[in-house]
Ligand binder design. Structure first.
Ligand SMILES: O=C(O)C[C@H]1C=CC(=O)O1
Length: 94
């Protein structure tokens, strides 16, 4: 199943620069692991926002929940999830 996920990031203002850098590094490693595994298919910055839109490919909603709650940023994210299905006009890739 494919899901469009928008994540808006709101890091706490009392986080030190060092804590923020450590968290961002952990987040990057985790995001890259899921991309390498084929779970996180697309990751795009939303222009003008500290936010991303992503496409996840997972077995079911429980798996998506596990992937998202595993994000080091999870406590600081506002997450919107949209299930995707096939569009009848889409040209399938060869
Ligand atoms: O910066 C973000 O959009 C939040 C998060 C998503 C992937 C990642 O590395 O950080």
């Amino acid at each position: 199943m494919l899901f469009l996920v928008r994540m808006d990031v709101c890091l706490p203002s009392d986080l030190s620069d060092q804590e923020a850098e450590t968290l961002k590094h952990q987040e990057k490693l985790y995001a890259q692991k899921l991309q390498c595994e084929g779970t996180w298919l697309h990751l795009w910055r939303v222009a003008g926002h500290y936010a991303n839109v992503s496409v996840f490919s997972v077995e079911d909603l429980d798996t998506l929940h596990t992937a998202l709650t595993g994000l080091p940023f999870f406590p600081f994210l506002e997450i919107e999830i949209t299930p995707l299905c096939a569009h009848p006009s889409r040209v399938a890739p060869e």
